[in-house]
Design a protein around this ligand. Sequence first.
Ligand SMILES: NC(=O)C1=CN([C@@H]2O[C@H](COP(=O)(O)OP(=O)(O)OC[C@H]3O[C@@H](n4cnc5c(N)ncnc54)[C@H](OP(=O)(O)O)[C@@H]3O)[C@@H](O)[C@H]2O)C=CC1
Ligand SMILES: CC(C)(CO)C(=O)C(=O)O
Length: 317
Amino acid sequence: MTSDTANSQDLSFTILGTGALGGFYGSRLLVGGSRVRFIAHSDVDFIRREGLRVDSPLGDQHHHPVEVYADSDEIPLSDVVCVGLKTTQNHRLVELLRPLVGEGTLILNLQNGLTMEEELAEAFPQAVVVAGLCFLCSNKVGPGHIAHLDYGLVSFAPLDARGRERIPDLMAAFSAGGVKVESQPSLPQARWRKLAWNIPFNGLSVLLDVETNRIMADPDGRALAEQLMAEVSLGAETCGVPFDEGFMPRLMEITEAMTPYAPSMRLDYLARRELEIEFMYRRPLREVARRGVRLPAIEAVARLLTLFDRRNRSAET
Ligand SMILES: NC(=O)C1=CN([C@@H]2O[C@H](COP(=O)(O)OP(=O)(O)OC[C@H]3O[C@@H](n4cnc5c(N)ncnc54)[C@H](OP(=O)(O)O)[C@@H]3O)[C@@H](O)[C@H]2O)C=CC1
Ligand SMILES: CC(C)(CO)C(=O)C(=O)O
């Protein structure tokens, strides 16, 4: 055992990045009785003073006092480190994780995108890496203040057999806090399935300046979403994890039935934050190109998003 908990049923967690996602799941883990250490950034002093507030249909929470650290503090080891940073910060991820990871520490990556887990396993061979794919709609609305709007399912997928063994304990800790959980046997398949939604709808919501319902209601918007999804399907197949027949029409039906929704990339764009283009678009394109296949519609969307992002953050018009 590397950390302060002796019982595998009773895991301790460090949340790296107390934002919309990390703040929400950290709060639910606290509700479920786990020990949770939060690492915050600009609002660390605020959270120390005022605590962490999470408004949620699952019940509003105000955790005060709460165990919160700055990333430069000395932090005791936990059994599990949850990565809740935006992937735009991943150039710092290994440096930030180094003091948090001991022998057997479980790194649970909750980010959107592709290839993060493989890179973490390479940097931390002593750790166990698991992906948690989050079907969540949550925003950070102020210092130490998270608004959970809807959903919340975490779908756990292991990188290897060591991760597979530890998923039941993770599922128990999250569901003790009222979070819906499931597990998927194949990490690449789980990641590509999530991209089948993120690649069309995150990108188009920025480029067309609309929420999901408007994309679905416009015949050209819908056709573009289908075209991008078909390329994600080709990407998945190229990487050896083809979608089942019926997967894409089902995803379109689910999106049709959703209440108007602003994907995280649209919220980032509206707040003039850097967009998660590298891990959500360029890494999937790179993995497929390595196998000799090009996905031209996704390439075009990635390039347009890069242009929009640059203009947006330099306030060009
Ligand atoms: N929000 C959602 O509903 C969903 C998000 N995701 C994915 O989850 C990931 C996180 O997104 P989200 O939670 O929305 O993003 P947020 O920006 O809300 O949260 C990221 C947090 O990380 C903090 N942070 C940045 N740098 C550091 C640092 N050096 N040390 C400690 N903390 C730091 C930020 O603090 P500060 O603001 O002070 O810089 C912020 O609170 C993304 O990959 C996203 O795509 C996936 C599904 C749904
Ligand atoms: C799946 C979805 C739409 C919500 O969890 C998401 O990942 C996002 O908003 O980026």
